[in-house]
Design a protein around this ligand. Structure first.
Ligand SMILES: Cc1cc2nc3c(=O)[nH]c(=O)nc-3n(C[C@H](O)[C@H](O)[C@H](O)COP(=O)(O)O)c2cc1C
Length: 173
């Protein structure tokens, strides 16, 4: 059998249809630990995570975010935020990459634990940033990069192999 970690990576898909069941704090901590295990430039870790399970907050986000309507049936959401001024040099230029690495870890952890999740974009849309900031009281020096709705998948998604030989340019051996 193929390595279990690789199987998880290969079979992850965006899940947008949930049963509505709540996600436990224990599960969210595991998922957030995966997020914080991501690499970051010079290990600055310029991130902050908002974990939401309150129905009215999920609904408020759902109402404002046009491409995150699955929040209506999500059991939780994690808002991945960047802190560009976390240090004097590196976080300003690298926070998007660092927080994107954390987000992918979050998506993989959700999948590994049997949950479904999807990256929904906030940054770089000024209006969405403003709306998410208002709903969650995010201070001006912290930027919401995305909202990741999480839930129990309603149906079993289809695994698609996205490997494309033409995307690789060998300069080897
Ligand atoms: C930067 C970024 C922004 C995305 N924004 C949204 C979004 O707003 N809403 C959504 O439903 N999916 C969003 N997605 C998920 C993509 O649509 C999805 O990853 C892509 O179609 C590939 O499908 P897969 O994740 O199942 O492999 C986003 C993904 C990324 C990386």
């Amino acid at each position: 059998m193929e390595n279990e970690t690789l199987q998880t990576i290969y079979s992850r898909r965006s899940v947008r249809s949930f049963t509505g069941e709540l996600i436990s704090r224990d599960a969210l901590i595991k998922i957030l630990r995966a997020g914080m295990s991501a690499p970051s430039a010079v290990n600055v870790q310029p991130w902050s995570f908002i974990a939401v399970t309150k129905r009215e907050v999920l609904d408020a986000l759902c109402e404002k975010l046009p491409y995150a309507k699955m929040l209506g049936k999500a059991g939780a959401a994690i808002i991945v935020c960047g802190i560009p001024d976390k240090d004097e040099v590196f976080s300003r230029d690298y926070w998007v990459m660092d927080c994107s690495a954390a987000t992918e870890n979050i998506l993989l952890a959700c999948h590994a634990l049997g949950f479904g999740a999807v990256w929904t974009a906030v940054y770089v849309d000024e209006e969405r940033i403003k709306d998410v900031r208002e709903i969650l009281n995010i201070p001006p020096n912290i930027i919401p990069l995305n909202v990741v709705p999480i839930g129990i998948p309603k149906d079993k998604g289809k695994v698609v192999d996205k490997f494309k030989e033409e995307n690789i340019h060998w300069e080897a051996w």
